[in-house]
Design a protein around this ligand. Structure first.
Ligand SMILES: [Zn+2]
Length: 257
């Protein structure tokens, strides 16, 4: 170890890297449900159409410097853009603390980026696009194939378990849960493997129930208002990705298993 240790810079670097990826995820989140290309046209103000310069697109900072308004026409920019950039930055920072820079870091940030995209598309537009989650599921299988035979089998079992579980719910609840939850489940199963997928589904139902109760009590939502399950499932999958085994150990200690 040298006297000068720059390790403290890694979290900062990972946050900046994540926020840059987050600004691309914003484009995906906005354009995919509208069947628009994610590469062209280049970023422009949705109000006045002016093409944005690089200094208008610095993640989080540009929004703060411009006080949430377009530099050219002064119309308001939605807070969701810097928010998603900051969330992605934070997610990458947390992953880096867990994995260091490794092949795991790569697979974790890819999986998490897919989860962020799906969570927000489901939240804003109420759909889970196949064009996102099916390639995501295939990537999950490939990463686990790379890790070895056992992780790959776990990954396959995760996919099958999610398919059976959500398939049964769709059949028996008659519309209580959508096809999108199933396809998102497939991707989560592929990345997390069987054990962690089961944990992720259970935790998603717990926070989904709490969220539903909160909405019923405080947001004056009606029981009939459907709340998309994708965001809960995505948050839960991310928590389990980072802390799944700690959660499982804690749980089995609690029930003295
Ligand atoms: Zn403008």
């Amino acid at each position: 170890m040298s006297a000068y240790n720059f390790g403290f810079l890694y979290p900062i670097f990972n946050f900046i890297f994540g926020s840059i990826v987050g600004s691309f995820l914003n484009v995906v989140i906005y354009r995919v449900p509208r069947s628009k290309s994610i590469v062209k046209p280049p970023s422009h103000c949705p109000s006045c159409g002016t093409r944005l310069k690089w200094y208008d697109m610095i993640p989080v900072l540009s929004y703060l410097i411009l006080k949430g308004k377009c530099r050219y026409c002064h119309s308001n920019i939605s807070i969701k853009y810097p928010l998603i950039e900051a969330i992605t930055g934070l997610v990458f920072l947390l992953i880096g603390m867990k994995t260091g820079w490794s092949i795991k870091f790569v697979s974790y940030i890819i999986f998490s980026s897919f989860l962020i995209v799906v969570a927000f598309i489901d939240l804003f537009d109420g759909v889970v696009p196949d064009i996102i989650v099916i390639p995501g599921a295939i990537l999950g299988l490939l990463f686990n194939l790379f890790y070895g035979k056992n992780p790959f089998l776990q990954s396959l079992f995760g996919v099958v378990a999610a398919a059976i579980f959500f398939g049964l719910i769709i059949v028996f609840s008659k519309g209580g849960m959508g096809e999108g939850d199933l396809t998102l489940g497939l991707m989560i199963g592929a990345f997390l493997g069987l054990k962690l997928t089961v944990a992720a589904i259970i935790i998603a139902f717990v926070i989904g129930a709490l969220g539903g109760l909160f909405a019923l009590l405080f947001l004056k939502k009606n029981k009939k208002d459907t709340i998309p399950f994708g965001p809960y499932l995505s948050v839960s999958a991310f928590v389990v990705l980072l802390y799944g085994y700690q959660i499982l150990n804690f749980y089995f200690k609690m029930i003295n298993f």
